[in-house]
Design a protein around this ligand. Structure first.
Ligand code: FE2
Length: 245
């Protein structure tokens, strides 16, 4: 199975590898720092369709101190979005999970088995960009005990990890999967983030790729990187699971 997947997504000289399922975006209007209205959501989704995507698993933030979303809020937003897509005859599958900012509130949801997952019980999570999270390993342990498979969103964006690559290796050893943002590979966020994204990819540590689209300009960055050599290289060294979802 794994071997055939690897072949499926491996780069060859004649073929540009790609993915048609996105697993990280903020497309539900007005519930986080992503799309703020239905028109923007539709423009972004049309841009995904134009790039060949057929399925989007959108992941609004659940972040108790800034975006205190819930399963109910997300699912209500999702059904409004899907109604609009249907009305406009836009053909694409849109589902929802969440991007969890790890904290005590999220750990309560873990304990209650209330996490919105995707795929094979994957739980997308993020942390502070600027300071390490205390008790991360204990939290990861609890997450796994609850039957979830933790997926770290954009590992390349945590600045305090940049200087010590063994921090990435340690997380991998702890069973954390990595989701790299496609725009990172093109230097969208910064040169430093791009450098680490490439290093993670060269080390064969990428499991999933995401757009992390919050606004329409992210779709432009996405298209540009998807046409680049850097993007093709990722598939040569990593088994990317997007299209299995
Ligand atoms: Fe995100």
């Amino acid at each position: 199975m794994i071997k055939s997947l690897k072949n499926l997504f491996s780069a060859t000289e004649n073929e540009t590898p790609s993915i048609t399922t996105d697993i990280h975006s903020h497309l539900i209007p007005g519930i986080d720092d992503g799309s703020q209205n239905m028109e923007d959501s539709i423009s972004m989704i049309e841009a995904f369709v134009a790039q060949g995507y057929t399925k989007l698993i959108t992941t609004p933030h659940i972040m108790s101190h800034r975006y205190p979303n819930s399963r109910a809020i997300i699912l209500e937003g999702l059904s409004g979005l899907n109604r609009e897509l249907e009305d406009r005859s836009i053909k694409i599958e849109v589902e929802a999970a969440s991007e969890y900012y790890l904290d005590e509130t999220v750990m309560e949801l873990v304990e209650q088995r209330e996490i919105m997952t995707f795929g094979d019980n994957y739980m997308l999570f993020e942390m502070s960009y600027v300071q390490p999270l205390h008790h991360l390993e204990e939290m990861l342990f609890e997450i796994k005990v609850a039957g979830y498979r933790p997926v770290l969103a954009h590992p390349e964006r945590y600045l305090y990890m940049h200087e010590d690559f063994s921090k990435y290796e340690r997380l991998k050893e702890k069973g954390v999967m990595f989701q790299v943002n496609i725009p990172s590979l093109g230097g969208y966020y910064s040169k430093a983030v791009q450098k680490i994204a490439k290093k993670i990819a060269d080390a064969g540590m990428v499991d999933l790729l995401g757009s992390d689209a919050h606004k329409i300009k992210h779709l432009d960055a996405l298209a540009k990187v998807r046409a680049s050599k850097e993007y093709a290289k990722v598939f040569a060294k990593n088994t990317i699971l997007n299209n299995t979802l």
